[in-house]
Design a protein around this ligand. Structure first.
Ligand code: DAH
Length: 346
């Protein structure tokens, strides 16, 4: 009997060695320490043994029970620890892993150009102002000497919001040029005025390589006593020199805009062929970049400024053209197609 107990203990401990899961451990416990286990049977049968044997076997069996229970608890601890260690390993943060990339954005080439233009004018004492993109017919046309039926309206295909209001007056539109802001400034600011007015403008036109229904312009306005054509030329020369470089030739020619008198157009020597003539400049050697002129006395008067006291010059240009010329981009739609392969180059 004593040998049997000893053997039982050895078997049990040996089996315990190879146990790796809680489930296996529980079945081991049932087999060796449970109610139906051989050890329990031995302990139950003690009463039927003769006294001497009962003492010996009883002591031995109890000792085996204590030993197996100790080993069981120890194994439980070991399993518990390895379980913790495994889950800790799973959750561990590897600080040596490289971080997720966080790409840095950049300004759109048109925004960059706009900022650059504004910086140049701000350094010359101009203030940057903005106006609404949804505009009254009055500020976009009427106040600028472009009444209904005026042919100049035909040159600016307009997106109307209300062509006729109920009373038949003051229709609304998407502004076709930022000169509408000039009309508003003449009404609201008092001289000396030196402002630039950047923003989006809209034309009801199909897109192609040189047209989009929305694009950017910047207008400028100077009103003060004694402003003459030489202030206009000096200011725009300086702008062109800073934007296109010292050596770029500049040309002024007469042009017509209803809200200025006289009106001019400014061109720069072609950036591609340096004035020799190429496809970009249509073999003329020159590229027109802006319209300007001495603000029409009627426009000043309508805004409440006395043209006998104050004189004024104004100018306006498309912004999209400038990065196109500078980087030789041949399709204006690229600016608005959100193609990162294009945009990342700037
Ligand atoms: N608004 C004109 C256009 O979109 C450009 C222009 C010409 C603006 C002469 C002016 C100006 O302020 O004086 O074609």
């Amino acid at each position: 009997m004593l040998n049997q107990l000893e053997e039982l203990k050895l078997n049990a401990l040996q089996e315990l060695e190879s146990i790796n899961t809680v489930k296996e451990l529980e079945s081991w416990r049932v087999r060796y320490l449970g109610k139906k286990s051989n050890l329990t049977k031995v302990l139950r049968s003690l009463a039927s043994l003769p006294l001497e044997e009962r003492k010996l076997v009883g002591a031995q069996a109890n000792q085996v029970k204590v030993d197996l229970e100790d080993s069981l608890r120890q194994k439980e601890r070991v399993l518990q620890e390895t379980r913790l260690a495994v889950s800790a390993k799973k959750e561990r943060i590897d600080v040596t892993l490289p971080g997720r990339p966080f790409p840095r954005g950049r300004l759109h080439p048109i925004t960059q150009t706009l900022y650059e233009i504004c910086d140049i004018f701000v350094s010359m004492g101009f203030q940057v102002v903005e106006g609404p993109e949804v505009e009254w017919d009055y500020y976009n046309f009427e106040a600028l000497n472009i009444p209904k039926e005026h042919p100049a309206r035909d040159t600016m295909s307009t997106s109307w919001i209300h062509f006729e209001t109920e009373s038949g007056e003051n229709p609304m539109l998407l502004r076709t040029h930022t000169t509408s802001v000039t009309a508003r400034i003449i009404e609201t600011m008092r001289p000396p005025i030196r402002v630039v007015e950047p923003g989006k403008v809209y034309r009801y036109e199909a897109s192609d390589a040189t047209h989009t229904p929305m694009f950017y312009q910047i207008d400028g306005l100077v009103v003060d006593k004694g402003i003459t054509m030489s202030e206009l030329k000096g200011t725009l020369y300086e702008f062109a020199r800073r934007f296109f470089g010292e050596s770029r030739k500049i040309r002024f020619r007469c042009d017509y805009f209803p809200f200025v008198e006289p009106g001019v157009e400014m061109a720069i020597e072609c950036l591609v062929c340096d004035g020799k003539g190429c496809r970009l400049c249509g073999n003329t050697g020159w590229i027109e970049i802006l319209g300007a002129g001495m603000t029409h006395p009627q426009v000043l008067q309508r805004g409440g400024l006395d043209p006998e006291v104050y004189t004024s010059f104004a100018f306006g240009m498309g912004i999209d053209r400038l990065p196109m010329l500078r980087y030789q981009i041949d399709d204006t739609r690229l600016f608005y197609s959100s193609d990162l392969r294009f945009l990342r180059q700037f």
